[in-house]
Every structure is written in structure tokens, then in C-alpha cells.
Ligand binder design. Structure first.
Ligand SMILES: N[C@@H](CCC(=O)N[C@@H](CS)C(=O)NCC(=O)O)C(=O)O
Length: 210
């Protein structure tokens, strides 16, 4: 069975978890408490020497790091990944965009605003810088979504799941959905896709079946 290592509340961990749910794939979930440093424990480093979550081990024992690489693996042959080669490249384009223009800024701003609110004051200037740095990517995404339902014209895909991971919780990073009306509409559309499960449900069961 596929093994999946994740921590609660993480947009990166949420992405493959949501894809597995929406594809009806069975997996065994192990929760790693990053706030307690469990990702650097000897036991976990033996699983993933990079010491981060998420991490996925396929049913054939192949380890895969990076949430978007997991999405690519999990979705192969399904309705969540395009078959046309140009569209597959476009999916990758948006997944790289997510990891370079959105996640590096929204994730830490959210972490020190909402996950560790006791550090919010100390990190106020960093938070402001991360919020500012996320805006060009968010405005670019908002413009792209202005006249389309999902990121790719062919329909809902792993590109949506990758971007949704952190963008749907941008208010937890101190940003406002009011500034991004097309993103807000797209977030609603993603939550209405078949088999959608919210981030808050990550970890509510040890193992999920279809
Ligand atoms: N780009 C990676 C990011 C992985 C990552 O930074 N994970 C965080 C949790 S979201 C983590 O494990 N942090 C703990 C640490 O770096 O020690 C992905 O998309 O999977």
C-alpha cells in the first residue's frame, strides 16, 4: 500500500492527500509533528533523509519527495492530468509557478501569522515582506483565472490542486480574498469538485480507502 507521511495544517501535505482522495486511492497515513521536530528524528530521517514532509512511498517502495512531484505520480493516467503534451507542459508550468511565486511567500507568512501566532509580532516585518512578495504571483493568477473556471482550459487538474494548497488559505497569511475576485470564484469551484475534502480533515483518519 502507498505510504504517505504528512503534518497537519500544511498546504504542501494537503495537495497529494486531496489528490489521493479525489482519485479514490488507498494509502496509509503517518502524521509527523513538525512543531515538535519529528521530521528530524532518526526514525523519520531513515524514511526521508531530507527531513521534510510530505513524503510518499509507492506500493513498489519508491520514495517521492516534493508535493508537486507526488501529484504528477499520483495523477498519471487519470482525469486529473492532461494527455496532450502541450497541456501537460502547461500543467507543469503552473506547478513550478506555484513553488516559485506563491508557496515560498504565502507559506511562511501563514506559518508566523496563524500556525505560530505567538511569533506574529516578532516576525511582523518578515510577514509584511512575504505578503508583498506574494502579490505579483497572486495578481498574475487572478488575471489568468478571470475568464476561466480552472487553471487549464481542459478542466480541473493537478495544476489546480498544486495552487489550491496555499492559495485557498491566503487569508491565514494576512492577505485578503477581496483583492482577488477571480481566485475567490476559483476556490469555490475547486471545493465543489468531486471527492473534495477540506484541509481541516487531513489526519482525521489513519488510513483512507475509496
Ligand atoms: N517544496 C516542498 C516543501 C517541503 C517543506 O518545506 N515541508 C515543510 C512542511 S510544509 C517541512 O517539512 N518543514 C519542516 C522542516 O523544514 O524542517 C514540497 O512541496 O513538498
Amino acid at each position: 500500500m502507498t505510504k504517505f507521511y504528512a503534518c497537519l495544517g500544511s498546504g504542501n501535505c494537503f495537495k497529494p492527500w486531496l489528490a489521493m482522495h479525489q482519485l479514490g486511492q488507498i494509502f496509509d497515513l503517518t502524521l509527523i509533528d513538525v512543531l515538535k521536530g519529528e521530521q528530524k528524528s532518526r526514525a523519520y530521517l531513515d524514511v526521508n533523509p531530507l527531513g521534510v514532509v510530505p513524503y510518499l512511498i509507492t506500493d513498489k517502495g519508491h520514495g517521492i519527495g516534493e508535493s508537486n512531484a507526488m501529484l504528477w505520480y499520483l495523477a498519471e493516467g487519470s482525469h486529473l492530468i492532461p494527455t496532450d503534451s502541450a497541456e501537460r507542459a502547461e500543467a507543469l508550468q503552473w506547478m513550478f509557478f506555484e513553488q516559485s511565486k506563491l508557496e515560498p511567500f504565502i507559506s511562511p507568512a501563514r506559518f508566523f501569522t496563524t500556525i505560530l501566532p505567538e511569533q506574529r509580532e516578532n516576525r511582523a516585518s518578515d510577514i509584511k515582506n512575504w505578503q508583498t512578495a506574494s502579490e505579483p504571483g497572486l495578481f498574475r493568477l487572478d488575471a489568468h483565472l478571470f475568464d476561466r473556471q480552472f487553471v487549464l482550459s481542459s478542466g480541473y487538474s493537478i495544476a489546480d490542486i498544486a495552487i489550491f494548497g496555499y492559495v485557498h488559505v491566503l487569508e491565514e497569511a494576512g492577505l485578503s480574498m477581496r483583492d482577488f475576485p477571480a481566485i475567490r470564484r476559483w476556490v469555490d469551484a475547486v471545493t465543489r469538485t468531486e471527492g473534495f475534502q477540506p484541509l481541516a480533515d487531513l489526519g482525521q483518519s489513519k488510513s483512507k480507502a475509496a
